[in-house]
Design a protein around this ligand. Structure first.
Ligand code: ATP
Length: 318
């Protein structure tokens, strides 16, 4: 391995820049050359490359988003697209690619590896929904951003004695909702893994809470359940309590990464550079059982992960 590429793919996440920086600097320290590939697999197919040196990643560790840009690329899902990508890699002397993204991005990395280009994946997503790892880049920043926003909504909600539905990100996974529910003292939590679509239970809970003298009622709703605005209307009609929906949306994906996201993303980037240098391929970096490790991509994609039952129960009780 002499020369590698690094790209970010799928949804952006705060901390991706810290990972890019670490990949670049550790690879250079290991004696490799590095090119940055713009806009994910699309940029690979469009030959959008930039030579990276230590200085090229200066002043980015504190920035949200990804300086390389990211995209979703349909062409790369086809055999022809993958073949073309491999030819481009050969043409530019790129022996390996480090891919920062989610499960979909790993599938792409797996295909490149099957065609003889070494690949290493790094988990980048605010949703925490990658099975082989207890940590994904951006989750910590996202929950802290959401937590602060929910605190603010709670202030006004309790002043006006309202019920608030706050919708947080997580289309298929309720981790952000779960963490915020505990951190913000949510009274109800609706997540795709658990919700039984029994709105009456939520309504009864609001009425009981009000009888016990609570001035507000906070419902943390995951994006995967959605429909917060219409739910608010139905709850208001059923309880007579003023109910408002707040959808936090993309603000959760942006902003300066937290210390944890900077440090873990840096460690994962460096780790990926090291195993790439050793000639490993078709691997994904994870943080599990208290340490950084790597897994076979196929194995990682087949692993299962579910919401911690005890944590969910605690969120409901507290
Ligand atoms: P997120 O969950 O944050 O959106 P992701 O990495 O899962 O991240 P996807 O949009 O699923 O996001 O995948 C990113 C890109 O990876 C796709 O646009 C495509 O180019 C490539 N990709 C996804 N699945 C495959 C596949 N089966 N084969 C080849 N490439 C794929």
């Amino acid at each position: 391995i002499k020369k590698i590429g690094v790209l970010t793919s799928g949804g952006d996440a705060p901390g991706m820049n810290a990972a890019i920086r670490a990949v670049v600097r550790k690879s250079i320290a290991n004696g490799l050359q590095v090119v940055g590939i713009k806009k994910g697999y699309q940029g690979l197919l469009n030959e959008e490359f930039i030579d990276m040196d230590r200085h090229s990643v200066s002043d980015i560790i504190q920035r949200g988003g990804t300086v390389l840009g990211t995209a979703r690329c349909m062409e790369f899902k086809t055999e022809e697209g993958q073949q073309k990508a491999v030819e481009i890699c050969h043409q530019y002397g790129i022996d390996g690619v480090i891919v920062i993204g989610g499960d979909g991005s790993y599938r792409g990395a797996q295909k490149l590896s099957q065609h003889g280009i070494n690949t290493i994946g790094i988990p980048g997503t605010i949703d925490l929904d990658i099975s082989c790892t207890d940590y994904t880049i951006g989750f910590d920043t996202a929950i802290n951003t959401a937590m602060q926003a929910i605190d603010k909504v709670r202030d006004t909600s309790s002043s006006h004695e309202r019920c608030s539905i706050i919708e947080v990100m997580g289309r298929h996974a309720g981790y952000i909702a779960l963490w915020c529910s505990i951190a913000n003292g949510g009274d109800d939590i609706l997540i795709p893994e658990k919700y039984d679509f029994n709105e009456q239970k939520v309504i009864d809970n609001i009425i009981d809470n009000r009888k016990r003298g609570k001035t507000h009622h906070i419902i943390i709703n995951a994006e995967g359940i959605g429909h917060s605005t219409s739910m608010a209307r139905r709850i208001e009609a059923a309880t007579g309590i003023e109910t408002r929906a707040t959808i936090l949306g993309y603000m959760q994906r942006g902003g300066s990464p937290t210390c944890k996201d900077r440090v873990y993303a840096s460690m994962m980037g460096a780790y990926a550079a090291d195993i790439m240098t050793q000639g490993k391929t078709n691997r994904v970096v994870g943080y599990r059982d208290g340490k950084f490790q790597d897994f076979d991509i196929e194995e990682a994609l087949n692993m299962e992960k579910s919401i911690d039952e005890y944590m969910y129960q605690i969120a409901r009780i507290l």
